[in-house]
Design a protein around this ligand. Structure first.
Ligand code: 4NP
Length: 167
């Protein structure tokens, strides 16, 4: 049987705060769980505002406090991502609706989820946008995503077809 990694894409508005955090946190958890190579992560933004930019310094600092490194340069979500990824995780309802609007036929709708549906400890339905707020908002995003991404990985590990997708 041949299998390839399960591919996860995290999506927010700018791809400089929330989705790079989800990517960094999930990579950290993948390593902790010994799943390196079986699950891969990327992130993108629905907007073009920050294409090419590194993760926001305030977000990077909050992540570093939990031992998590944020990497990469912002890119915009593109329709080819629907085929390229197995699950597409939106940070908030606006991101979710924006992604679904790019799939007019609904072909990929089952791949698109709100990341907070995987939270076990936090009641939040969305990851709040920290961009125009203070330091505590960035810390909150990290804490919330640690919960959501841990639940997401449990879900992926439970779904044999996600962790061992066929070519
Ligand atoms: P993100 O945060 O979507 O979590 O990357 C934002 C980044 C930039 C802007 C808004 C939110 N902005 O308006 O430029």
């Amino acid at each position: 049987m041949t299998s390839r990694p399960c591919r996860l894409l995290f999506v927010c508005l700018g791809n400089i705060c929330r989705s790079p955090s989800a990517e960094g946190i999930t990579n950290y958890l993948i390593q902790q769980r010994g799943l390196t190579g079986q699950i891969t992560c990327d992130s993108a933004g629905t907007s073009s505002y920050h294409i090419g930019s590194s993760p926001d310094r305030r977000m990077t600092a909050a992540a570093a406090q939990q031992g998590i490194t944020l990497l990469g340069a912002a890119r915009q979500f593109e329709p080819a991502d629907f085929e390229a990824f197995d699950l597409i995780l939106a940070m908030d309802g606006d991101n979710y609706r924006h992604i679904l609007a790019l799939d007019r036929s609904g072909t990929y709708a089952q791949k698109v989820k709100l990341i907070c549906q995987f939270c076990r400890r936090y009641p939040d339905r969305e990851v709040p946008d920290p961009y125009y707020g203070g330091e505590s908002g960035f810390k909150y995003v990290i804490d919330l995503l640690l919960d959501a991404c841990d639940g997401l990985l449990d879900h992926v590990e439970q779904q044999a077809d996600l962790i061992h997708p066929q070519h």
